[in-house]
Design a protein around this ligand. Sequence first.
Ligand SMILES: [Zn+2]
Length: 214
Amino acid sequence: MSNSRIVKYTCPYCKRGFDVEIWDTVTASSDPDLRDRCVSGDVFRLSCPHCKEEFMVQYPLVYIDEDHKFVLWLSEKEAPVSLKQTTKPLTERGYVLRRCATLKEFCEKIQILEDGVSDVMAELAKYDSFIEFTDNGKGTPEEITAVEYQRTENGIMKITVRCGDKGMSFLIPLTMLEEEIAQNPELYEVSNDIFPLINSEWIMSLYQEADGTA
Ligand SMILES: [Zn+2]
């Protein structure tokens, strides 16, 4: 069951107050419309009834997908104790548990896990694409504005590296990513325990730590 509540919100533009509906829990399988509004970001788009300005507001949310077996905690902060207490029974039932720090990470994570692929693999594919893009002189790390997961079809993962309005796509076979992970399985091991943050900073931290001890 999805749960929402009405809270008072102060418009950042005109500073006047208004009521908004925010969602504490979204259950994707029973509320497909709400799932779509999470992926599009509409759930977080507020409109001020006074000055008509629109803006995005990120608030903590628990997102549950029973069909694809994952639970996401959207927040800049670690999961609360009440949520961490659910990790063991959910892990036993085969769930993937993750924290997403930003809306962008949240939308992307839903797509990755709905596609039934590992998000560790997706982060590795994004990292590899980033390295290939810069190594081939297509752009400098500073020029890159985004590295995005697109989709996985027939065992091929598609990643796009963007430099402003230009973009370049990379098609990476899952078997290649599996081999890369198999070379150093401990490095990529992830535990559900604390609703871990699996994002680009996470994968970069793995390599920095590996360099540091070499
Ligand atoms: Zn306003």
